[in-house]
Design a protein around this ligand. Structure first.
Ligand code: NAD
Ligand code: IPM
Ligand code: MN
Length: 349
C-alpha cells in the first residue's frame, strides 16, 4: 500500500498538546500494521500570524491540497483577538479553499459511560445522533459584511444548490442509520430557512424510506438536552450547527471528547475536534486529548478505510475512560500525558 500523506496543523494554546497526544496514539496503533503514513507540518492560525503575519499562508493551502488527509487541532485565543486578520479567519478560509462544505459532528453516548454527563442517565439512554453542519455558506460567508462605529451588517445567504448538496450528505448518512432526518432551522422568521424547507420537501421524494421532520432551532436546543434520543441525523445551517454541536457535547460529558470530519466533493477531508484552543487550561498539561484521538480514529475510518485500526483505537479509548484515567473536564485527575500513555497501553491488548 502506498504511503499516505497527512498534513498536520498543530494550532494554538492546547492545540499542540493534544496534537502530540493524537500522533503518539496513531504511531502506536499503526506500528504493526500495513498502514504507512508520513506527516508534514504546516503553519496555521495564531502561530502562522506570529511567523508570517497571515493565519493561512499559501504554502499551507498548497500542502493541504496535496495531502491525503488533514489533521487540525484548534486555533485562536486572546493573543490574536485584536489581530487585523484573526486565526479564525484562516479557519474559515481553509474550509472554503478546500471546498469542505459538510461537517459531521457525532454525539454517541455509551450506556456504560453515561454517568460522565450532567444530564440524567434515563434521559441519555442510548443517545446516538449526528449533526450534519453546512460549513461553507450561510451567515459565516454572506456578503455584504460591514462594520463601523454606528452600524454593523452580516448577511445570510443560501442557494438551493448549496442546500441540496448538504441534504444529500445527511440523507445518505441516514440510510445507513435509523432513516430519520431532522432539519433544524428558523423557518418562522428567516427567508433562508424557508428555502431550506422548500428544497427539502422536493428532495425527500428521492428518499421515500426516510422520515423527515422539521424543528425550529430554539426548540431543538431544548430537545437536545431533554430528549436527545429523538434525533438520528440533524441537518442544519452553518451557525446553528456550530452552536448545537457544542451543546450536544454535554451529553457525552465534555466538549473535549467530540471529533469532527469536514468533507467536500473531492480532495482531502479535514479532521478536527469541535472545540477551540482552550486558553484557560493551556500549558497545564490537563487538556483532554480524546477529541483529537477520536478525530484520528475518524480519519482512519473515513479517509483510509482502516476499520480495524480505527476500532482498535476506539476500544482503547473506551477502556481508558472506563478505568477512569480521565482529565478534569470528565471529572478525573489524570494529565493529558497519562491519558495518552494509558490509551497507548490499551492498544497493546
Ligand atoms: P473552547 O472550546 O476553546 O473552550 C470552551 C471550554 O471548554 C473551556 O473551558 C475549555 O477549557 C474547555 N475545553 C475545550 N476543549 C477542551 C479539551 N480538549 N479538554 C478540556 N477542556 C476543554 O472555546 P472558547 O474558549 O470560546 O474559545 C477559545 C478560542 O478557540 C477562541 O479563539 C475561539 O475562536 C477558538 N476556537 C477555535 C476552534 C477551532 O480551531 N476549530 C473552535 C472553537 C473555538
Ligand atoms: C468551530 C469553531 C469555528 C466555527 C470558529 C473558530 C470560527 O467554533 O469549528 O466550531 O465557528 O466554525
Ligand atoms: Mn464551534
Amino acid at each position: 500500500m502506498s504511503k499516505k500523506v497527512i498534513a498536520i496543523l498543530r494550532g494554538d494554546y492546547i492545540g499542540p498538546e493534544i496534537m502530540e497526544a493524537g500522533l503518539k496514539v496513531l504511531d502506536a496503533a499503526s506500528k504493526d500494521s500495513s498502514f504507512q503514513y508520513e506527516t508534514i507540518d504546516y503553519p496555521f492560525g495564531g502561530a502562522a500570524i506570529d511567523q508570517y503575519s497571515e493565519p493561512l499562508p499559501q504554502q499551507t493551502i498548497a500542502g493541504c491540497k496535496k495531502a491525503d488527509a488533514i489533521l487540525l487541532s484548534a486555533i485562536g485565543g486572546p493573543k490574536w483577538d485584536t489581530a487585523k486578520k484573526r486565526p479564525e479567519k484562516g479557519l474559515l478560509e481553509i474550509r472554503n479553499a478546500l471546498g469542505l462544505f459538510s461537517n459531521i459532528r457525532p454525539t454517541k453516548v455509551d450506556p456504560n459511560l453515561s454517568h460522565f454527563s450532567p444530564v440524567k442517565q434515563e434521559i441519555l439512554n442510548e443517545t446516538d445522533f449526528v449533526i450534519v453542519r453546512e460549513l461553507t455558506s450561510g451567515i459565516y460567508f454572506g456578503t455584504p459584511r460591514e462594520q463601523n462605529e454606528e452600524k454593523a451588517l452580516d448577511t445570510t445567504t443560501y442557494t438551493a444548490q448549496e442546500v441540496k448538496r448538504i441534504l444529500k450528505i445527511g440523507f445518505e448518512m441516514s440510510m445507513h442509520r435509523r432513516k430519520h432526518v431532522t432539519i433544524v432551522d428558523k423557518a418562522n422568521v428567516l427567508a433562508t430557512s424557508k428555502l431550506w424547507r422548500q428544497v427539502t420537501e422536493e428532495f425527500k421524494k428521492s428518499y421515500p424510506e426516510v422520515t423527515v421532520d422539521y424543528n425550529y432551532v430554539d426548540a431543538a436546543a431544548m430537545k437536545i438536552i431533554t430528549q436527545p434520543t429523538a434525533f438520528d441525523v440533524i441537518i442544519t445551517a452553518n451557525l446553528f450547527g456550530d452552536i448545537l454541536s457544542d451543546e450536544a457535547s454535554v451529553l457525552t460529558g465534555s466538549l473535549g471528547t467530540i471529533p469532527s470530519m469536514s468533507a467536500g466533493t473531492d480532495g482531502p477531508n479535514l479532521y478536527e475536534p469541535i472545540h477551540g484552543s482552550a486558553p484557560d487550561i493551556a500549558g497545564k498539561g490537563i487538556a483532554d486529548p480524546i477529541s483529537m484521538i477520536q478525530s484520528i480514529e475518524m480519519m482512519l475510518r473515513e479517509s483510509f478505510n482502516e476499520t480495524l485500526l480505527a476500532d482498535k483505537i476506539a476500544a482503547a479509548v473506551q477502556k481508558t475512560i472506563e478505568d477512569k484515567i480521565i482529565t478534569p473536564d470528565l471529572g478525573g485527575t489524570a494529565t493529558t500525558q497519562e491519558v495518552t500513555a494509558n490509551i497507548v497501553k490499551n492498544l497493546k491488548g
